[in-house]
Every structure is written in structure tokens, then in C-alpha cells.
Design a protein around this ligand. Structure first.
Ligand SMILES: Cc1ncc(C[n+]2csc(CCOP(=O)(O)OP(=O)(O)O)c2C)c(N)n1
Ligand SMILES: [Mg+2]
Length: 278
């Protein structure tokens, strides 16, 4: 474990703040993917505040680590995280999904500093990330590429072509994090087009496989360390998460994939997301 990383308690405070601002933003905008965003908040916090070598003052530095949010429908929580990390002004979050805003429902790399590639159509983040990691290898550069997909997203065949290529090229500078919350849009993944046995599939495709609790910062960092120390092949981290994590009545409820809270629901959710006592 990298001892220079912030404590789990500190990161839990950041994650709580991000969940709260994300909830506010979706309520104010009247749109967004609340369940999808709460599901991956802890993973984003671990990446941006404990792993990625990125600099908000130089977001295009050639040697930065690359992060691709392949599940682009969770753009809102990426924007809140980028604001918390200093890439964009927090005041701008009030423009989320408004006409003329840079903060669209899906992220745009030409508009938002820190966004590495446009996503939204599922199944394209991993293929793009394979290209990034291959480019780093060709140039002999040591930056790393990280990509976060949904689990339902893995039903897209493009992921499996990319998985095959990444193993073929021996891309040990590439790590895939799967937000395995067991739900997609409108239904459970297992009832739609089952991925099981998911871990065996990645092993069969030549990846190093590690499973972790996607809401436990120590476990997430242990997984990141596995990815960084694996040689000769890419690493897949299956992060076991809960869709809607952090608010009691959105957790594991598929309806909250993209539902907007009523005034009463918003008040209850806001009360649950109080400050973490220091
Ligand atoms: C190619 C494509 N098909 C359909 C959609 C519509 N869509 C947006 S989110 C979603 C479900 C994604 O589920 P999952 O990957 O499990 O993400 P989660 O929200 O659970 O993290 C779908 C089908 C899309 N964005 N792209
Ligand atoms: Mg899912």
C-alpha cells in the first residue's frame, strides 16, 4: 500500500461531499443518472485523490495518467469530482445540462478540462483506452491508463475485441475497473444478458484479475497496487458496488438509474448525506 495516500476517513469525507453536490446538481437540473453516479463515487474519489498522476494546472501534460469514464452517463459525478480536484470552478456545476453549458449529460473532451475522451455510447471507452496505453508503450512513456466501465456495458461486443487486443499487446500499463453494481437500465444485468462467470471471462482473455469492494478505500487501493505491479498483461479490477450507494432508498433500486428525486425524496436524501464528523 502506498503510504502517501490520504486516509480512508479523509476520502470518505470527500466522497460524502461529492455525493451531496451530485444530488443537488441532479435535483436542480431535473436530470441525471443518480444511481449510476452514487455507485462509482468512491472509485472516482480513490482514483482522483489517491492514484492518478494528473495536475489541474496542466490538464493536458503529455505524461499525465489518462482516465476514461466509459460509462459516460455518469458524467455528473465526474464533473463534481473534477471540480473538487480543481479542474473546473465548482460554481460552474450550477450550469449542469443547461443550454450553453460545457457540462453536458455526457462528457466532452473539447469542452471540459480533465475529460480525456467523449463517452456516452456504451462500449467505446475501453477500445479508446487500449489505444492510449498502446501509444504510451510505443513512445516508451511510463504514464498509465485507467478506464471505468459499467457492468451492463460489458454486453457490448466492442469491449471484448479491446480486451483481446490489450492482452495481445501485453498492456500492463492499462487497468480496467468494472463498476459491478449488478444493475443496468431498467433491470438486473443477470436477467438481461448475464455476464457470469465474469471473472473467468477476463482470465480467459489473458488479463490479470482481481476483485474488490468498490466502497472500501483500502480494498480499492490494494487493487490499484495489484494493477500497478502486474507485468506483461493488463489488469481487470472487478469492483463490487451497489447502485445508488449512500442514500438508503436509492441503494440497489434499479428505478434510480436515472430518476430525479421529488422534493420530499430530496429532503430525505439530503438529510442522510450530512457531513462526516471529523
Ligand atoms: C450503446 C448504448 N446503448 C444504450 C445506451 C443507453 N444506456 C445508458 S446507461 C445504460 C445502462 C448501463 O448499465 P451499466 O453499464 O450497468 O451502468 P451503471 O449505470 O449500472 O453503472 C444504457 C443501456 C447507451 N448509452 N449506449
Ligand atoms: Mg451496472
Amino acid at each position: 500500500m502506498n503510504s502517501s495516500r490520504p486516509s480512508a476517513q479523509h476520502l470518505a469525507g470527500i466522497a460524502r461531499r461529492i455525493r451531496r453536490r451530485d444530488l443537488d446538481m441532479i435535483y436542480e437540473a431535473g436530470a441525471g443518472h443518480l444511481g449510476s453516479e452514487l455507485s462509482c463515487t468512491d472509485l472516482l474519489v480513490a482514483l482522483y485523490f489517491g492514484e492518478l498522476q494528473v495536475d489541474p494546472d496542466e490538464p493536458s501534460a503529455p505524461t499525465r495518467d489518462r482516465f476514461v469514464l466509459s460509462k459516460g452517463h455518469a458524467a455528473g459525478v465526474l464533473y463534481v469530482t473534477l471540480a473538487e480536484a480543481g479542474f473546473i470552478d465548482p460554481a460552474e456545476l450550477a450550469t449542469f445540462m443547461q443550454p450553453g453549458s460545457r457540462l453536458n449529460g455526457h462528457p466532452d473532451r473539447k469542452l471540459v478540462p480533465g475529460v480525456e475522451t467523449n463517452t456516452g455510447p456504451l462500449g467505446h471507452g475501453l477500445p479508446v483506452a487500449v489505444g492510449m496505453a498502446k501509444a504510451a508503450k510505443l513512445r516508451g512513456e511510463s504514464w498509465r491508463t485507467w478506464v471505468l466501465t459499467g457492468d451492463g456495458e460489458l454486453q457490448e461486443g466492442s469491449n471484448w475485441e479491446a480486451a483481446m487486443a490489450a492482452a495481445h499487446f501485453g498492456l500492463d500499463n492499462l487497468a480496467l475497473v468494472i463498476d459491478h453494481n449488478r444493475f443496468q437500465q431498467g433491470a438486473a444485468v443477470a436477467d438481461t444478458n448475464d455476464l457470469a462467470p465474469l471473472a473467468d471471462k477476463w482470465r480467459a482473455f489473458g488479463w490479470h484479475l482481481h476483485e474488490l469492494d468498490g466502497h472500501d478505500f483500502d480494498a480499492i487501493f490494494a487493487g490499484f497496487d495489484v494493477a500497478r505491479s502486474t507485468r506483461g498483461r493488463p489488469t481487470c479490477l472487478i469492483a463490487h458496488t451497489n447502485k445508488g450507494e449512500g442514500i438508503s432508498f436509492t441503494r440497489d433500486r434499479v428505478a434510480w438509474h436515472h430518476r430525479v428525486p421529488t422534493a420530499e425524496e430530496y429532503a430525505q436524501a439530503r438529510a442522510e448525506l450530512t457531513e462526516v464528523p471529523s
